[in-house]
Design a protein. Structure first.
Length: 209
């Protein structure tokens, strides 16, 4: 198939809405790719040769049929943004810690019941989105993500927020809407850089600090 490569400061390949059931083999031969978008397809597997894309910085796999993420994806040392939302993924590879440059991770609409423990090893994250899962608890390990600027955990099953949220000193946006919260921990007062916190569904309940 013909693959459109868009040149900017680097190379970008966009194959959104292409009805793909697999990633075309030609993609893995384009080692100059920096941005790869495969949104809204029917891809069910990422082959190990994904590791060929050594220069990849942004990978968008949102809205596919993925159930597993291969460990080889963790060899993409330059990767900065990874979007896995709207798939069927239940777990993440143990090697995720190897993605030392990852700054944004999107795990929306995956039916996760817990936050994968590998996430807390990604200390360079500035954006973490876990919207619309089935998460009941934020573990104390959240304190490891001290560089977070944005935490979106809207539309889950949370009944409380741990006191360790107060360790996220750089947090600017916190979205907790559509959960089952009655109170917030007093440690939230330590988030001096927090600009917006969303506690309900409507924009009217967006509080500014």
């Amino acid at each position: 198939m013909d693959i459109e490569v868009k040149k900017s400061t680097g190379s970008a390949v966009c194959l959104d809405d292409s009805r793909l059931k697999s990633i075309p083999a030609e993609v893995f031969q384009m080692q100059e790719i920096i941005d790869l978008s495969l949104r809204r397809n029917e891809i069910s597997e990422i082959p190990p040769c994904i590791q060929n894309l050594k220069n990849l910085r942004r990978l968008n796999l949102r809205h596919n049929n993925l159930e597993n993420i291969p460990g080889e994806i963790c060899s993409l040392g330059k990767l900065q943004v990874l979007n896995l939302g709207f798939n069927k993924i239940k777990s993440l590879p143990k090697e995720l810690i190897s993605l030392g440059n990852l700054s944004a991770l999107y795990l929306d609409h995956l039916h996760l019941r817990t936050i994968p423990e590998e996430v807390f090893e990604l200390e360079g994250l500035t954006i973490l989105s876990l919207e619309a899962n089935e998460i009941k608890e934020i573990p104390s390990e959240i304190k490891c993500l001290k560089n977070l600027r944005v935490l979106n955990i809207r539309a889950n099953n949370l009944t409380k927020i741990p006191s360790e949220i107060g360790w996220l000193y750089k947090l600017r946006i916190l979205d907790l809407a559509e959960n089952k919260l009655n109170t917030l921990p007093k440690e939230i007062r330590y988030l001096h850089k927090l600009k917006k916190i969303v506690l309900q569904q409507t924009p009217d309940t967006l509080f500014e600090f």
